[in-house]
Design a protein around this ligand. Structure first.
Ligand SMILES: Nc1ncnc2c1ncn2[C@@H]1O[C@H](COP(=O)(O)OP(=O)(O)OP(=O)(O)O)[C@@H](O)[C@H]1O
Length: 466
């Protein structure tokens, strides 16, 4: 059910609006000034604000930038007693749905409210569908939840804090938010806070004038200004020194900064997306990260889980990386031996998706001209770790591609049905036979006793090649 906040200092107007909404069975709250409106917005979600311009403690229009930076902002209809064309222009620039001059007819107000609510409803529903995820892969439930947050972040202009271990895809997620947002055509400026020394940081972020310090041979535009109209992506935010945190907070509040050696302030309208693999809350408790900055940055929070907690994503990621690498190097895409994926599945991926990308690339190089990718093509250190962990788990399934393909396997909690066990082994039998005979079909048919048509049907079934 939609919810509306009526913001007006005039009791009579609030009463008229309230009875209109009650008749339409629309839920609503009321606020008589800016302060009450802000506190209502902090505690509740609204789909629409009916907003008066002249309020006792300031202009209703001053709320528009704050609303725009909310994760899922309400629509706004401005209702004002003054026919103020400049105000109307400002309001429309600020993204309001409609601007009605009092006394507006009940019919006009009702029509406008219904249209705005319909639009808001469509906006809410279209969030997940509208997303372009062409570069970001993931089918696990955990990643689908991440995509929902990314979709919400894409339709808003709020600050975003992305957390997760190294290599989980924080920067990729930030870029995905950017390409799906209204700032998509504007710059995406990356600042790696960990690689900047304290002395370089201020001039890198805010720029400097020629001669501002020894070595400042020319004017330099800072990254904050370069991000104007676009996104400033602060990677490794937990590494930002305290002094710079203060400056950053000021820029976030005022969107203004002063390059070193410059008298006048400059402006930059950027959206902040920050990423960290550190626990910022813990840093706040230790006193090495400012609490006020932390609260300002985490309007939208995206936590990307490590790959070991979403193993379902390993296969689609690895397949996509291999296909892309084969395409780029102009070679025919490889066929996977089943032991290849099972080894990938059984590894813990401390370096997450980045490590997976590197590992499959190394496997591709190791396979050379071979059509198949087997576990033996994977880096030795990875195979050793997988073998160890299998032994530790009592799986006793050594990672030895030359072992019999009909070993008895301890499947642990994932014990398969007899049908799928037979399928698995049939596939492994065929892979081993193709490997042993070098793909010599007459020899395969002699050894297996299969008819030619049955053999080709099995190749098709298991997506194998001889
Ligand atoms: N879901 C995904 N789909 C496709 N590629 C991904 C995915 N997640 C990560 N990658 C790839 O993995 C690599 C590492 O990702 P990224 O740089 O975004 O990680 P990060 O979390 O920002 O790492 P770090 O903390 O070390 O900066 C990149 O090549 C990226 O394209």
């Amino acid at each position: 059910m939609p919810r509306i906040l009526i913001v007006d200092d005039d009791l009579e107007i609030r009463g008229t609006m309230a009875s209109l909404l009650r008749r339409q069975q629309i839920d609503f709250d009321q606020a008589e000034n800016l302060r009450a409106t802000r506190s209502a917005l902090e505690t509740d979600n609204y789909d629409l604000l009916l907003l008066d311009v002249n309020l006792p403690d300031g202009s209703g229009l001053s709320l528009l930038p704050e609303l725009r930076s909310m994760a899922n902002p309400p629509e706004v209809i401005i209702l004002t007693g003054k026919g103020d064309p400049e105000g109307a222009e400002l309001a429309i620039e600020g993204g309001v749905w409609d601007y009605l001059v009092k006394p507006a007819s009940i019919k006009d107000i009702s029509l406008s409210i219904n249209r705005a609510l319909k639009y808001k409803d469509q906006r809410d529903r279209s969030i997940p569908r509208a997303l372009d995820l062409s570069r970001m892969i993931g089918t696990s439930r955990a990643m689908r939840e991440c995509f929902e947050v990314i979709a919400q972040a894409a339709v808003s202009d709020a600050n975003v804090l992305i957390t997760g271990e190294t290599g989980v895809g924080k920067e990729l997620a930030a870029r995905t938010i950017h390409v799906n947002s209204r700032r998509a055509k504007c710059p995406f400026v990356v600042v790696d806070c960990a690689s900047l020394t304290d002395s370089l940081m201020e001039s890198t972020l805010f720029g400097h004038r020629k001669g501002a310090f020894t070595g400042a041979f020319a004017d330099r535009e800072g990254l904050v200004r370069q991000a104007h109209t676009g996104v400033l992506f602060l990677d490794e935010l937990g590494e930002l020194p305290l002094a710079m945190q203060k400056s950053l907070l000021r820029v976030l509040q005022e969107r203004k900064f002063r390059p070193i050696g410059e008298n006048r302030e400059q402006e930059s309208d950027f959206r902040l997306i920050a990423a960290t693999n550190q626990d910022l809350e813990e840093l706040v408790d230790y006193g090495t990260f400012r609490r006020d900055l932390y609260f300002r940055i985490k309007t939208i929070r995206l936590r990307i889980p490590p790959l070991r907690d979403r193993r379902e994503d390993i296969k689609p990621l690895a397949t996509s990386f291999i296909e892309q690498l084969c395409r780029e190097s102009g070679i025919k895409t490889k066929v996977f031996g089943s032991d290849f994926f099972s080894s990938l599945q059984d590894y813990d991926w401390p370096g997450n998706v980045r490590e997976l990308g590197n590992v499959v690339e190394r496997a591709l190089v190791a396979a050379g001209e071979e059509k198949f990718l087997y576990a033996m093509h994977l880096p030795k250190d990875l195979r050793i770790k997988v073998a160890r962990s299998r032994i530790e788990q009592g799986a006793a399934m050594a990672d030895d591609t030359s072992s019999s393909c009909l070993d008895i396997v301890d499947f642990g909690a994932d014990f398969p049905s007899l049908k799928s066990f037979k399928r698995m082994n049939e596939r492994r039998y065929l892979e081993a036979l193709i490997r042993k005979t070098g793909g010599d079909v007459p020899q395969i048919l002699t050894i297996s006793g299969l008819s030619r048509s049955h053999f080709y049907a099995l190749l098709k079934k298991y997506e194998l090649e001889a």
